[in-house]
Ligand binder design. Structure first.
Ligand code: PLP
Ligand code: COI
Length: 365
């Protein structure tokens, strides 16, 4: 099968005015506004990928019997475009997201989108919606590529028809308070993923399962929920939408839960591990119990904790709360390892530091 597709472009005849766009970009929030265009690519079992297009942003027509509406056959990605000081527009490790989309597709019995088409789909979006990439500090354009099984058939099997889409949303900080430390809630009633389940895939169903515990977290004044392993309920896995790191300051060590098969293989996580190794820190990917966290914070061995992901970048965790306990101090300032890793990562993404690992790809050339 050919690894490239020609995109047919239909420009919106009602794009937002420059004034309206500027008003949105001034205070974009996260995931509330969308650009003027979207990408759509069709797939079917006999013909493979075809009918690639860029078209005006708008509703998708689905047959009421479409697989995604009944059996949740959906996967997605999250990846950002960053504007550099010279006006050029770049993205971060798109091949890694493209490969993860393929792994998610394999798990959800969806077709493999060639990584070249994934990368091209982002370039196509920038070709029409580049003006939506803000030059404000820490602003970005968040792409949401996703794929659905949309064959109209109620038998339970992988759909023989699917569609891939990309939409884009101008993004400020994911958390309302920006880089300020957040509180997180330990869920002991619910697991996010099961052994042999879909935890390592980026599929909508995982997030559906996290919404009730996320509501409980919010009811406790916390911004995210922390899940433990689904078998013993002792080991840290991840947050509803982010990976988690512990900093042992005195040992110059960074610890994160090992990929267990039920954790999402975060691209930010992997990049932070690399940056930490580069600066001579010891990195440990291993099992971490919840007691290690509680005791380490109490003893002062764990000096910082942070969450990371494309949307969250690196966000300090000030406090961990759960049924009958609380550790950490939400009022304490963010730790210096957290802030310096965040600065280094964002300096690479915004072109302020050399890209020594070849992570950046220009989208507008
Ligand atoms: N874990 C979950 C459940 C996520 O939704 C995300 C966000 O994408 C991550 C981790 C972090 O992944 P990445 O760094 O690739 O964005
Ligand atoms: C991301 O960071 O890209 C995510 O997908 C996390 C969340 C917003 C769902």
């Amino acid at each position: 099968m050919s690894q490239s597709l020609n995109f047919h472009v239909t420009r919106s005849d009602r794009p937002r005015s420059a004034e309206e766009r500027a008003r949105i970009l001034e205070k974009p929030g996260f995931g509330v506004h969308f650009t003027d265009h979207m990408v759509a690519v069709r797939w079917d079992k006999d013909g493979g990928w075809h009918d690639a297009e860029v078209r005006p942003y708008g509703p998708i027509a689905l047959d009421p019997a479409a697989a995604v509406l009944h059996y949740g056959q959906e996967i997605f990605e999250g990846i950002k475009a960053y504007r550099h000081a010279d006006g050029s527009v770049w993205t971060f490790r798109p091949d890694a997201n493209g490969r993860r989309l393929q792994r998610s597709a394999a798990r959800l019995a969806l077709p493999q989108l060639p990584v070249e088409v994934f990368v091209e789909s982002l370039k196509q979006m920038i070709a029409v919606d580049k003006d939506w990439v803000s030059d404000a500090e820490e602003a970005s354009l968040y792409f949401r590529p996703f794929m659905i099984g949309d064959e109209a058939f109620l038998g339970v099997r992988g759909a023989h028809q699917a569609s891939y889409y990309v939409i884009a949303s101008p993004a400020g900080p994911y958390f309302a308070k920006g880089v300020a430390p957040v509180a997180i809630w330990l869920s002991t009633d619910f697991a996010r993923a099961a052994k042999g389940g879909t935890g390592a895939a980026k599929c909508g169903g995982n997030y559906a399962a996290s919404l009730l515990p996320q509501q409980q977290a919010q009811a406790q004044g916390c911004s995210q929920v922390l899940f433990l392993d689904p078998v013993e309920g002792r080991y840290l896995e991840e947050l509803g939408g982010m990976n988690v790191f512990l900093v042992y300051g005195k040992r110059n060590t960074l610890v994160t839960p090992a990929l267990s098969g039920s954790i999402l293989e975060g691209i930010t996580r992997e990049s932070i591990l690399q940056l930490a190794r580069d600066r001579g820190m010891t990195v440990e990917e291993r099992q971490v119990t919840i007691d290690e966290w509680k005791q380490g914070v109490a003893s002062g061995d764990i000096t910082e904790v942070f969450a990371c992901g494309t949307a969250a970048v690196i966000t300090p965790i000030g406090q961990l709360k759960g049924e009958g306990f609380s550790v950490g101090d939400l009022e304490a300032p963010a730790g210096e390892v957290t802030l310096s890793l965040r600065r280094e990562l964002t300096d690479i993404q915004y072109g302020r530091l050399p890209d020594r690992h070849g992570w950046m790809l220009r989208l507008d050339a």
